[in-house]
Design a protein around this ligand. Structure first.
Ligand SMILES: Cc1ncc(COP(=O)(O)O)c(C=O)c1O
Length: 394
C-alpha cells in the first residue's frame, strides 16, 4: 500500500505531516518504513513519557486488557480509582474527572468553573480570563479559550465568555476582571504551542493572589507541562502555586488517550450526577497504563529530567546559530538564526525528530532518554543550527 498517497486520499487534510512513515520504535529510537533510524526528541508531542514500546507500561496495559477492556461508567473499576487516588495524593487535591484528551480535560474545567461561579455568585459570572498566545484545545469551547485569533477564524461564532489578557501583564488581569463578571483565570505556566514561553514567577503569584482575593478559580492547563515534563510532577509546582483546578492529558496516558481534570477543595463537589460524563473516560486499560507511568515519575526521575535539561541548555547556550533556549525540564524551545523549519527538516534528514512551536525548534523527548542518546542528538542539532548559508549551499 502507498501509505502517503492513501493518507492524502482518505484522511481529512488537517495535518502537514513530515514525509516519513513511522513503522516501529524502541525507547527513544524510531524506525521508518525503509528501516532508517531516528532519535526521537518529539515524544509524540509530550505523550510518550517513557518512549516507545516501554516494557513495564506494555505489561500493565496488557495485563489489564486481559481482565476487562471497558465497562462504561455505570460500574466501579479499580484502575480509575487507584489512579485518581494517586493524582489526588500527589497534588494535595480532592477529586478527579477522567476524559480522553487535553481538550476534554479543559472542557470539564470550564464547566466546573461556570457551575461553581453560578452556584456561588450567580449565573452571570461565567467569564473566564485566559491569556493571549495560549493554547487550550480544538473543540469550539477550548478554541474560544485559546487566545490566538488565527485558530478562531473560519469557526465563529465560538462559545462566548472568554476574554484574553496579555501574558505577564497583571494590569490586564485587573482590568478584565473589573470589566467582566468572572468565574476563573486559566493559564499554562509555560505556553507550549505558543512558543515554549514560561510565565514570570512574580506575575503568576500576582495572578494566584488575585484569584484568592477576588473569589476567582485558578485553572492551570497542564496538558503539555504535566506528568514530569518540566522536572516537577506538574508545571505549577515549579512556581509554588496552588491551583483550584489542574487539567492534564498527553504524558499521563503515555500513548493511550487519557485526560484528567483534578479538582481542589473548593470545587470538589461542584459536579453532581448527570452534570458531566464520558463514555470512555477512565477506561481501565488507559488508567492501568497511567498508574504505571505515575508510579515511575518519582524524585529520582524528576532529578534526572532537571539534569538533562541543564545539559541541553548549557550545550546550546552561546552555540553558533542559536539565539536562545526557553522552557523548563524536557520541554524546551530553541530560537535559531536559521529558519526553524529548515532546521527541523535538516534534523529529520540527519535522523533526529524535532518539532516546531511558533518560530522555535521544540524538544519534548522521553523523560528516560539515555544521556548518551540525548548527547548525540544535541550535537547534530547544534551542527545543523551552526551551518552558514555557504555551507547549506554545498
Ligand atoms: C496546553 C494544551 N492544552 C490543551 C491541548 C489539547 O490537547 P488534546 O490535543 O489532547 O485535545 C494541548 C495540545 O497540544 C496543549 O498543549
Amino acid at each position: 500500500m502507498n501509505i502517503k498517497k492513501n493518507d492524502h486520499r482518505y484522511i481529512a487534510n488537517t495535518y502537514n505531516r513530515f514525509p516519513v512513515v513511522i513503522k516501529y520504535g524502541k525507547g527513544s529510537f524510531v524506525y521508518d518504513e525503509n528501516g532508517k533510524e531516528y532519535i526521537d526528541l518529539s515524544g509524540g508531542i509530550a505523550v510518550n513519557t517513557f518512549g516507545f514500546a516501554d516494557q513495564t507500561w506494555i505489561d500493565a496495559i496488557t495485563n489489564q486488557l486481559q481482565q476487562i477492556q471497558h465497562t462504561s461508567n455505570l460500574y466501579y473499576t479499580e484502575p480509575a480509582v487507584k489512579l485518581a487516588e494517586m493524582l489526588c495524593k500527589k497534588t494535595n487535591m480532592q477529586k478527579v474527572f477522567f476524559s480522553n484528551s487535553g481538550a476534554e480535560a479543559n472542557e470539564c474545567a470550564i464547566k466546573v468553573a461556570r457551575k461553581y461561579a453560578a452556584d456561588l455568585k450567580g449565573k452571570d459570572y461565567y467569564t473566564i480570563i485566559t491569556l493571549e498566545n495560549s493554547f487550550h484545545g480544538r473543540t469550539i469551547t477550548t478554541l474560544a479559550a485559546t487566545g490566538q485569533s488565527d485558530f478562531h477564524q473560519d469557526f465563529t461564532p465560538l462559545t462566548s465568555g472568554f476574554v484574553y489578557a496579555r501574558a505577564n501583564n497583571f494590569s490586564d488581569i485587573e482590568k478584565l476582571a473589573e470589566q467582566n463578571q468572572c468565574a476563573a483565570i486559566m493559564l499554562e505556566v509555560i505556553q507550549g504551542e505558543g512558543g515554549v514561553n514560561p510565565l514570570n514567577q512574580e506575575y503568576l503569584h500576582q495572578v494566584a493572589d488575585f484569584c484568592v482575593n477576588n473569589n476567582l478559580l485558578l485553572i492551570t492547563d497542564e496538558v503539555q507541562t504535566g506528568n514530569g515534563r518540566t522536572g516537577e510532577l506538574f508545571g505549577y509546582m515549579n512556581f509554588g502555586l496552588k491551583p483550584d483546578i489542574v487539567t492534564t492529558a498527553k504524558g499521563l496516558g503515555g500513548g493511550l488517550p487519557l485526560g484528567a481534570t483534578i479538582l481542589g477543595e473548593k470545587v470538589q463537589n461542584t459536579l453532581t450526577p448527570g452534570t458531566h460524563g464520558s463514555t470512555f473516560g477512565g477506561n481501565p486499560v488507559c488508567c492501568a497504563g497511567a498508574i504505571n507511568i505515575l508510579q515511575r515519575i518519582d524524585d529520582k526521575l524528576l532529578t534526572e529530567v532537571k539534569h538533562k535539561s541543564q545539559f541541553v541548555i548549557s550545550s546550546l547556550h552561546n552555540s553558533k546559530g542559536i539565539k536562545s533556549v526557553t522552557g523548563l525540564g524536557l520541554m524546551l524551545g530553541i530560537e535559531t538564526e536559521r529558519n526553524h523549519n529548515d532546521v527541523i527538516r535538516e534534523c529529520l534528514e540527519q535522523g533526529i525528530l524535532v518539532i516546531s512551536a511558533k518560530n522555535k525548534v521544540r524538544l519534548l523527548p522521553a523523560l528516560n532518554i539515555p544521556q548518551e542518546v540525548l548527547g548525540t542528538a544535541i550535537n547534530i542539532i547544534k551542527n545543523v543550527c551552526a551551518k552558514t548559508d555557504l555551507e547549506k549551499m554545498n
